[in-house]
Design a protein around this ligand. Structure first.
Ligand SMILES: [Zn+2]
Ligand SMILES: [Zn+2]
Length: 137
């Protein structure tokens, strides 16, 4: 994926730039990601926290304890509500960018899916991704 790349929310109120190549691109089927995305699953790009700069606007945050027992802070646009990033306690140096917020989502392709234990039966990803019933250790 060419870097830097940029993204933002639906209304354009929040814009960000990422300077690093994502280290992990994945689908997550856990219940929190389902509800937080409003879709059947979340698609995330894991990058180093330092690599992401908010260029415009100020995302709001919401924190919740995750299935793992550790917290996740979810960031979203205060105006249009688009989800943008998540910060998992378990990896304090990492931010997960919501893949749907990237300007050019064709530039990457997730290769694993996690929390398939919680997967909605009709939410098929396809046979080319590695599946993990819970998180990836
Ligand atoms: Zn917005
Ligand atoms: Zn999840």
């Amino acid at each position: 994926m060419p870097t830097p790349f940029e993204g933002g929310c639906m209304c354009g109120g929040v814009r960000y730039r990422c300077e690093a190549e994502p280290g992990m691109t994945y689908y997550c089927h856990c219940e929190d990601c389902r509800r937080g995305s409003g879709s059947a699953f979340h698609v995330g790009l894991g990058v180093s926290k330092d690599a992401v700069t908010v260029l415009k606007g100020e995302p709001k945050s919401f924190r919740k304890e995750a299935d793992s027992g550790r917290g996740i802070t979810r960031m979203f646009c205060p105006t249009c509500g688009s989800p943008l990033f998540t910060y998992p306690d378990v990896w304090p140096d990492i931010v997960m960018i919501k893949a749907g917020s990237v300007d050019e989502p064709e530039l990457f392709e997730p290769n694993i899916e996690i929390y398939t234990d919680s997967k909605v039966s009709w939410a098929h990803i396809g046979p080319t991704v590695e599946s993990y019933p819970k998180g990836r250790a």
